[in-house]
Ligand binder design. Structure first.
Ligand SMILES: Nc1nc2c(c(=O)[nH]1)N[C@H]1C(S)=C(S)[C@@H](COP(=O)(O)O)O[C@H]1N2
Ligand SMILES: [Mo]
Length: 245
């Protein structure tokens, strides 16, 4: 990147002042794209613009545990840890007009959102933490999402049992104001156990949707052919793709 291209694209996004959700009108697109009764019902109860609850500082959990991968040993992840993630890159590509690449410093330099939310893991634990980072919508507007795109796929650096972790959401969740690329937890850089240097926060869905160790985001028309084709590491192993809470 292409920083110059990125900044002008970002400017254009701000000027346009709208996103594809606004264009498609309240609710309609979401119900058309709902893939199950569960998802359709969740979407009705929790319409696209609705915010997940946010909490007070005093409610932050004293310790935010790690789950799943907590210290990846595959690939060059440990070398990135040793280098303080100076060479980490977040790629945004697929069905976009301007493929982008960000350093962690570039992510930190964007307008930021902080939110204190509760993370719910299907394994039966929850924790409240304050997450900080740019809204994913900023990156998407800078990249220029093409009309054929329906999903954002999140690629991760870690492997579990020899398979790369990955996740995906539809564009309603991708453009949601609380969907951020977090680089801080409770005011400090993300600990390795919680996904350093970058992880997604998808606040209206369960914990497994929140991809850690984020290396790339691809806009795609279909989830077929990615991983096991079900839209995520745990989805490929039987979990629901739409994990609304
Ligand atoms: N890359 C990656 N992302 C991941 C996982 C993982 O193993 N690898 N585990 C998921 C699950 S099941 C949960 S509950 C949360 C845990 O986030 P935490 O480690 O910050 O508690 O990350 C999710 N994202
Ligand atoms: Mo989880």
């Amino acid at each position: 990147m292409r920083r110059r291209g990125f900044l002008s694209a970002l400017g254009a996004g701000f000027v346009a002042g709208c996103n594809r959700l606004a264009d498609s009108g309240p609710g309609g697109r979401v119900l058309r794209t709902a893939e199950s009764w569960h998802e359709a019902a969740q979407r009705l109860l929790n319409p696209p613009g609705a915010l997940a609850p946010e909490y007070a500082r005093a409610q932050i959990s004293p310790f935010f545990r790690g789950n799943g991968s907590v210290n990846p040993t595959n690939g060059d992840y440990q070398a990135h840890v040793a280098a303080g993630f100076a060479d980490w890159r977040l790629r945004v590509g697929g069905l976009v007009d301007h493929p982008l690449e960000f350093t962690v410093d570039e992510i930190r330099a964007l307008p930021q959102r902080s939110q204190i939310t509760r993370h719910d893991c299907v394994e039966g634990w929850s924790a409240i933490g304050e997450w900080t980072g740019p809204q994913l919508s900023l990156l998407l507007e800078a990249a220029g999402v093409q009309p054929a795109a329906r999903y954002a796929v999140f690629h991760c650096a870690d492997e579990l049992d020899g398979s790369r972790y990955y996740e995906s959401v539809d564009l309603a969740d991708a453009y949601h104001p609380q969907t951020i690329v977090a680089h801080m937890l409770n005011g400090a850089p993300l600990p390795v156990r919680n996904g350093a240097p970058l992880r997604m926060r998808i606040e209206r869905q369960l914990g497994y949707k929140h991809a850690k160790y984020l290396t790339g985001i691809d806009l795609v028309a279909s989830l077929a052919g990615i991983g096991g084709g079900k839209g995520g590491y745990w989805e490929d192993r039987g979990y629901q793709w739409y994990a609304g809470i």
